[in-house]
Design a protein around this ligand. Structure first.
Ligand SMILES: *[C@@H]1O[C@H](CO)[C@@H](O)[C@H](O)[C@H]1NC(C)=O
Ligand SMILES: *[C@@H]1O[C@H](CO)[C@@H](O)[C@H](O)[C@H]1NC(C)=O
Ligand SMILES: *[C@@H]1O[C@H](CO)[C@@H](O)[C@H](O)[C@H]1NC(C)=O
Ligand SMILES: *[C@@H]1O[C@H](CO)[C@@H](O)[C@H](O)[C@H]1NC(C)=O
Length: 301
């Protein structure tokens, strides 16, 4: 309802002010990598797509951006042929549709960073962070598709694994926070009786905990008239890929539970000195983490 009204207002204004005034479609498209990878060699080809709501398939044009620069292409899929080093950057897109009320635009997508590598070897790492316990897959590419002799993987400049033969893939199972770092690889190959090798530039790998240790915050609220209360807030970071199973919070005073499990990360309690803590759990994943205990209300120095 609100949208329709603001459209009418804007469209009558637009006749007075700017005939092309575009109104917003409250949808944020996403940029998808259709073929290629976010890290590619120069002179390779990459294709990106801009997603729009499935229920309105036709009548769209698209704007593509590299950083803040608008590109000339207007198709739903952006093909970058024979890429150049200067085509590295953050790509985003925006959809436009003509309607009776003028052109309407979606929000701009979040950017996808494309890294064009001019070297001879390249290490591809996951585009998103790896979660603790997952398997980290790293792939070492050589620009010339020659059979490899051996490939070495380095983390922060130190050799981690050495792999004989043609396989370009490294699998580091059961990732931990210590696996975070800058990775590079050195493939080697034999040609005319000699062994050659090149080293890639470093690629960052980020590792996140699924559930971080909670941090308990206590807000001492002094503005309640009848009963003085305080708010216990349990801060965690909860990282998943895809749908997140439910997360619950428990609050404790001197290790005695206050109330029942809640999907809210806060709880109001009567203002009282004591030892407070909280716990966050994801029962489906069998995860449970305690905060440190906080001492509330001990005499001020
Ligand atoms: C964009 O690419 C996707 C995936 O290859 C394809 O299904 C779609 O038809 C393409 N869109 C256009 C407008 O060519
Ligand atoms: C990128 O570099 C190539 C050759 O060096 C040049 O022809 C092209 O115009 C440049 N493109 C941009 C967007 O700067
Ligand atoms: C993964 O690592 C954790 C912590 O080091 C360990 O407790 C767990 O058993 C490991 N799991 C597997 C499948 O190796
Ligand atoms: C909390 O606030 C009350 C008054 O509003 C005050 O008397 C008390 O000292 C405060 N406690 C702490 C630990 O700040």
């Amino acid at each position: 309802m609100d949208v329709a009204i603001s459209l009418l207002v804007l469209s009558s204004l637009s006749q007075l002010v700017a005939p092309q005034a575009a109104t917003q479609i409250p949808f944020r498209p996403t940029v998808e990598v259709i073929s290629g990878d976010v890290r590619i060699f120069s002179r390779e080809t990459l294709r990106l797509g801009c997603s729009v709501p499935v229920s309105y398939k036709s009548g769209w044009t698209f704007w593509w951006f590299r950083g803040s620069e608008k590109l000339p292409q207007t198709g739903q899929n952006l093909t970058l042929w024979n890429v150049n080093l200067n085509e590295s950057g953050k790509y985003s897109c925006q959809g436009l549709r003509d309607s009776l009320l003028g052109t309407r635009k979606t929000l701009k997508s979040l950017p996808v960073e494309i890294d064009v590598d001019g070297g001879w070897a390249m290490l591809q790492a996951p585009a998103h962070s790896v979660l603790v316990g997952e398997t980290l897959k790293l792939t070492c590419h050589l620009r010339m598709r020659l059979p490899l002799h051996e490939t070495i993987l380095y983390k922060d400049g130190i050799e981690v694994v050495r792999q004989n033969g043609h396989s370009q893939d490294f699998y580091l199972t059961n990732a931990t926070l210590l696996d975070e770092g800058m990775y590079s690889c050195r493939p080697s190959w034999d040609m005319r009786g000699r062994t050659h090798s090149v080293i890639s530039v470093s690629t960052p790998v980020h590792v996140l905990e699924v559930l971080t240790r909670p941090l308990l915050e206590i807000e001492n609220q002094s503005n309640f008239q009848r009963e003085r209360r305080m708010k216990l807030i349990c801060h965690v970071q909860y990282n998943t890929h895809g749908p997140a199973p439910p997360l619950y919070y428990y609050f404790y005073k001197a290790n005695n539970r206050l109330g029942s499990a809640s999907s809210n990360n806060y709880m109001w309690v009567r203002q009282a000195p004591g030892q407070y803590s909280c716990r966050a759990t994801v029962p489906v994943l069998d995860l449970s983490r305690w905060s440190e205990t906080r001492d509330f209300g001990s005499p001020q120095p």
